[in-house]
Ligand binder design. Structure first.
Ligand code: G3H
Ligand code: ZN
Length: 294
């Protein structure tokens, strides 16, 4: 099922689990993600950023391919523009057939973030798409942004932000960051802030920087109210490692077989992550009557 993020995240919010949002730049990744969701009876979100689209996975090619694959499985699959920044990137994604967009104006001051998010959320809703926004700022692990408390989401501001923008889900900064953390380092998350945000907002909350955040942290974040977890770095790493191993084992390996090795390694990673965050098994289907939510 090709759907927006709205209902699947509300289901996660009401049933206390999280859905993976996985960055994807090609067919092998899309297949790995959608097959994993299908096999795990889980919803899933496929993410792509403007940078990734410019570099490799062009939106006008990715959107129809993903829509086509998603329509062949009974579980809900959303295709979301990740960290949309410019008006042009976001409206392009809408034209290409994305089912959801994220407007990330988290580097702007509060009023400007509200203004930009309001505009995109109302445009998205008018087209039946869901809209994710960000308040506070999830920065880069390489710059140690995860420990910069000044970047964390302010609870009072968040309440006002959501009321004024009408975004469907909110990405919050509570101690994770994008990319790989220094070797052996596991970030410290501000769970008290997360609990407060959940109580005040009572809506789907998003954790960016899901790679290397530590299984215990991830489980606790879900228990405290996270409903969407963005993962990119770890997935790409699994694909790269599997490719290296396969070439080491057989330098003459056929290119298609190499792609399949990477795809299978990504599936193993995705499926085990889905089990950790509780999305596995949330959707079951009756053969005669079509899809039915548990
Ligand atoms: O928006 C993308 C994610 O936040 C990915 O972060 O590469 O640290 O997993 P990550
Ligand atoms: Zn992110």
């Amino acid at each position: 099922m090709y759907v927006s993020m709205k209902d699947m995240l509300l289901h996660a919010h009401h049933n206390n689990y999280a859905v993976m949002a996985i960055n994807c730049v090609n067919m092998e990744q899309a297949k790995a993600i959608i097959q994993s969701a299908d096999e795990e009876k889980s919803a899933v979100i496929i993410n792509i950023s403007p940078r990734q689209m410019k570099a490799h996975g062009h939106g006008e090619i990715m959107a129809p391919m993903i829509k086509n694959m998603a329509e062949k499985v009974p579980v809900p699959v959303a295709f979301n523009l990740d960290h949309g920044a410019s008006f042009e990137d976001i409206t392009d994604a809408m034209k290409f057939g994305f089912s959801s967009v994220m407007i990330d104006s988290s580097s702007f001051e509060f009023e400007e973030n509200v203004r930009r998010t309001q505009q995109i959320a109302s445009l998205a809703h008018g087209m039946g798409l869901s809209c994710e926004a960000e308040l506070g700022h999830v920065g880069q692990a390489a710059a140690d942004d995860n420990s910069n408390v000044d970047l964390y989401t302010n609870v009072k501001q968040a309440k006002e932000f959501v009321e004024r923008t009408k975004c469907d889900c909110l990405a919050i900064a509570i101690g994770t960051a994008h990319g790989a953390y220094p070797k052996g380092m596991v970030p410290k998350l501000d769970f008290d802030r997360l609990r407060e945000l959940k109580t005040e907002l009572n809506m789907p909350l998003v954790l960016h920087g899901g790679s290397g955040a530590g299984e215990e942290n991830i489980k606790k974040a879900v228990a405290c109210g996270i409903n969407k977890i963005n993962v990119c770095t770890d997935l790409f790493r699994h694909a790269t490692n599997a490719t290296i191993e396969a070439v080491k084992e057989n330098p003459m390996i056929d290119y298609m077989d190499l792609c399949i090795e990477a795809q299978n390694a990504m599936k193993d990673f995705i499926k085990s992550y889905m089990r950790v965050i509780g999305s596995s098994g949330q959707y079951s289907f009756k053969k005669d009557n079509g899809p039915e939510l548990d």
